[in-house]
Design a protein around this ligand. Structure first.
Ligand SMILES: O=C(O)CCC(=O)C(=O)O
Length: 327
């Protein structure tokens, strides 16, 4: 059996609205319509290319022949670029400062004193140019980003802003609606598997094509450019490449998704905030959590490629609003 997602239109709701929060609570995810305007979305995409071209590896946005693995920043599962300064790129800081992004997270927490993650982006290269650029199939890496015993209950809502529209032939995010309600039963259902994961590790991956998850099949929600997808870290999710037979014939990026997550400052502490301040100068990227400092530059996949050299983006010059998100 292969666990493949079904492409679905889902409600696209207004940032900060009661409807959006009700959907998040009942389904474990919600799509916020147009968190970035079309102009902001285009600017963010431009800045993303600026980041890639400035890495010093020879990437040219107009020439897909320059986008191969020897020039592309190191990507982990799902085509996510978690390091090489991306968490402090002008693109990521631009997106974090867009008011509807913060408004959406402020509604989650009923608090607008928030810190932001120094997350990366999922950048998917066209498989029509190189089929080897296809990312991991959805059913193979469904996961949650919260340890069921180490962090019981509600702790975090993650997000991504999509800079391109999704379709069955681009692929995109994959999510199991309502699966945050399965979280409490994971210790009983997956006792042995969970026992192998340290309680401080906020990542639990389900077995490949897990028959238990097939009972409520995953969907690939339709997302417009500029939309913000929010999901509870307890909701089972991942991403998947094209699910139609042909795939996308285009030769541009298939997906550009900015990972963004905001949590209340009150959940953090002085020593985490001190490390976050230092991370600006060192341009260290992190995971979604801002209550702990988890250095994405130390991911094994990044360390394995430590021999490659990348020019980091300049130290970001932040506005007062952006600076407040550091802590
Ligand atoms: O790229 C996506 O849609 C999934 C991202 C993801 O799995 C994560 O950030 O934990």
């Amino acid at each position: 059996m292969q666990l493949d997602p079904i492409y679905r239109e889902v409600p696209r709701l207004r940032a900060g609205s009661a409807e959006s929060m009700a959907h998040l609570e009942s389904q474990g995810f919600v799509v916020i319509a147009g968190a970035l305007s079309p102009d902001e979305t285009a600017q963010a995409l431009d800045l993303t290319w600026d980041y890639l071209e400035a890495l010093g590896t020879g990437i040219d946005r107009h020439d897909p022949a320059t986008w191969d693995d020897d020039r592309w920043p190191v990507a982990v599962h799902g085509g996510i670029i978690p390091s090489q300064g991306i968490g402090h790129s002008a693109a990521q800081w631009f997106i974090r400062a867009v008011p509807d992004v913060k408004r959406s997270f402020a509604a989650v927490w009923d608090d607008d004193d928030l810190l932001v993650s120094f997350d990366g982006m999922a950048l998917w290269r066209p498989t029509a140019v190189n089929p080897g650029w296809r990312t991991n199939r959805g059913g193979s890496w469904l996961h949650i980003d919260q340890h069921p015993i180490g962090r019981p209950g509600f702790h975090c809502v993650q997000g991504l802003v999509s800079l391109l529209p999704s379709s069955p032939s681009t692929g995109g995010n994959v999510i199991i609606p309502g699966s945050h309600k399965l979280f409490e039963s994971i210790p009983n259902l997956y006792t042995e598997r969970l026992s192998r994961i340290d309680s401080g590790i906020d990542h639990f991956r389900f077995p490949i094509d897990d028959p238990l998850l097939a009972l409520t099949p995953p969907i690939m929600p339709h997302i417009e450019a500029g939309d913000l997808l929010l999901w509870d870290s307890r909701t089972v999710h991942c991403s998947s490449p094209a699910i139609d037979a042909e795939g996308d014939p285009r030769t541009g990026l298939l997906r550009a998704a900015s990972l963004v997550c905001m949590m209340p400052r009150s959940r953090s502490n002085a020593s985490v905030i001190a490390r976050r301040r230092d991370a600006l100068a060192s341009r260290t990227s992190t995971t979604n959590w801002s209550d702990r400092f988890i250095d994405a530059d130390q991911f094994p996949q990044i360390l394995a490629e430590a021999g490659r050299s990348f020019v980091l983006p300049p130290i970001p010059q932040l506005s007062p609003e952006q600076d407040a998100l550091v802590g």
